[in-house]
Design a protein around this ligand. Structure first.
Ligand code: HEC
Ligand code: HEC
Length: 470
């Protein structure tokens, strides 16, 4: 929690004053230039070593990036508003591997009920448990004045029949580039896919619009490209969502005179509010009374939204700035010529058996003037279409209330860049290595899994080496 006021940092010196030819402004270079040249500039010995700090995209205002990194890495306390329930105390406590902003070994838990062909997310009046996420920790016991307060840990209700579903921490490198892509880009990817494996560019509501993008407003639609289920449209929305749902830190922002309360309400264990006199479940000061736009227990609020005011809560700005400026992971350099040849062979096999249908190998490019200030015309290769696919038995069975079973099986193609840094694989971390991850593909991924099975051992190994090199 930071009390200073922050604004969107200026985009970059390069973009603003057109110094495209200066060192560090090479946004238009080819892939080897543009993908985190910080990694590439190291000497031979160091080349494949893990960097200690995350690299930033070219043209990044490093002061703003470091302020974002600091906020992202900060551990919050009950006095800052952590809880009443939470999964961890900082973004950077989960996103750790191999550096802050990466994947991690935390696995969250969700539950729900499938009944008469429809999913129930335990979020309506009847049996309302506050949704499908079961936070793993609570503020337990604390003192508030004379009151001794107790917040229990959330439990799964006995009437749930989809239980203990895992969600692994995802890496965040390069996602600012993905955020910059227009919806039409994803529509075109879907249209180009063979019908048997065609993904869906899933439109979701933008609950907290990004003031830098004139096409976003409260409730407008955008392709959901983030999260295992592809249900989150922007890094800004993810910031508000994760601060609230992972950490229990609630925020209020103003957008063109509207108070955005999507992330302003605390999650209570099994939807049972904290006892009276317990400050709403944590020890952050309550909001001053008499401001209709701000609920009493919102932890960090910007205040009244009168006069058409637009202001995004400052922590959310900081998290977003940090994430959107994270450079993509650099490819691993092969040890020798033989390794290079095997990786090349692996790439051919990868495409040959249909992996590239979803983990597309084509080069993406940001628009000329991205709304979020990442470099324009920037080339990158995430090895994902960011679409959701019916993954059959690999689907996690979690949906939103009313969803049919097929909807609950939809999973977003996980990007493969930097996959070698993940402690384990797939949405619930069930796979310890890349081979096991491939063998779990089902539904729209079943055909390529079968083709993988029938490859020679050599070709299987080459394919895995290729994936490990990304
Ligand atoms: C308890 C561990 C944990 C904490 C704390 C946490 N995350 Fe995450 N993060 C995850 C998990 C798990 C996922 C996958 C979520 C899902 O799809 O259900 C994720 C996914 C994401 C994604 C989507 C990545 C992608 O590939 O689409 C973003 C963005 C993100 N987190 C940002 C944040 C920010 C910002 C914070 C702090 C406010 C934060 N996270 C705190 C565990 C965590
Ligand atoms: C129909 C689309 C589709 C095809 C085809 C496909 N994948 Fe995937 N892949 C996905 C989706 C979706 C996920 C995430 C699934 C999950 O965890 O629930 C995924 C996850 C993965 C992962 C785990 C990544 C991580 O970080 O957890 C690896 C590795 C992978 N795929 C490799 C491959 C390979 C190799 C092939 C070809 C044999 C392939 N995939 C074919 C859609 C596809």
């Amino acid at each position: 929690m930071r009390r200073t006021s922050t604004a969107w940092p200026h985009i970059s010196l390069c973009t603003l004053i057109g110094l495209g030819a200066l060192a560090g402004c090479g946004a238009e270079g080819d892939l080897s230039d543009s993908q985190s040249d910080d990694f590439n500039r190291r000497g031979n010995d160091e080349r494949n070593r893990q960097p200690r700090n995350p690299a930033a995209l070219p043209g990044t205002d490093m002061t703003a990036f470091e302020a974002g990194l600091e906020a992202f890495a900060e551990a919050e306390t009950i006095e800052d508003g952590l809880g009443p329930t939470f999964n961890e105390n900082g973004c950077g406590t989960c996103h750790t591997s191999p550096v802050v902003g990466g994947s991690g070994d935390q696995i969250e838990r969700r539950f729900g009920r499938m009944q008469d062909g429809a999913f129930y997310a335990f979020d309506l009046d009847e049996e309302n448990q506050g949704g499908t996420l079961r936070q793993l920790f609570s503020n337990e016991r604390y003192r508030m004045g004379n009151a001794s307060c107790r917040i229990p840990v959330e439990t799964e209700p006995p009437t749930a029949n989809v239980r203990n579903v895992g969600r692994r921490t995802q890496p965040l490198f390069g996602l600012g580039l993905v955020d910059a892509l227009p919806d039409s880009f994803f529509d075109a990817l879907a249209a180009a896919q063979p019908t048997a494996i065609r993904g869906i560019a899933q439109r979701v509501r933008v609950t907290l619009p990004d003031p830098r993008d004139p096409s976003q407003s409260v409730g407008s639609l955008r392709v959901g490209r983030f999260g295992w289920k592809g249900l989150v449209p922007t890094l800004l929305v993810f910031s508000g969502d994760a601060y609230d749902n992972e950490m229990g830190i609630t925020t209020q922002s103003c957008f063109r005179g509207t108070s955005v309360l999507e992330f302003a309400m605390e999650n209570h264990p099994n939807n049972v509010t904290a006892p009276n006199g317990c400050n709403g479940g944590d020890l952050a000061p309550s909001q001053p009374p008499g401001v209709a736009e701000v609920p009493e227990w919102t932890d960090d609020a910007v205040g009244p939204c009168t006069g058409g005011r637009t202001e995004i809560q400052d922590d959310l700005l900081l998290f977003t700035t940090f994430m959107e400026r994270l450079a993509p992971p650099a490819r691993e350099q092969p040890r020798d010529r033989r390794a290079a040849q095997r990786i090349e062979r692996g790439e051919q096999v990868f495409s040959g058996i249909g992996c590239a249908g979803c983990h597309v190998t084509s080069t993406f490019r940001t628009p000329a003037n991205p709304y979020n200030g990442v470099p324009g015309n920037f080339a990158f290769r995430p090895y994902s279409d960011f679409l959701v696919h019916d993954m059959g038995s690999l689907g996690d069975g979690i949906g939103q209330t009313g969803d049919p079973a097929a909807q609950t099986r939809l999973m977003r193609t996980q990007p493969l860049w930097g996959a070698r840094f993940n402690p384990f694989y797939l949405h619930d971390g069930r796979a310890r290595d890349i081979q096991s991850a491939i063998l779990e593909h089902a539904g729209q991924g079943a055909a390529s899994r079968s083709s993988f099975r029938s490859l020679s051992r050599d070709d299987q190994a080459a394919l895995i080496e290729f994936v490990r090199s990304l």
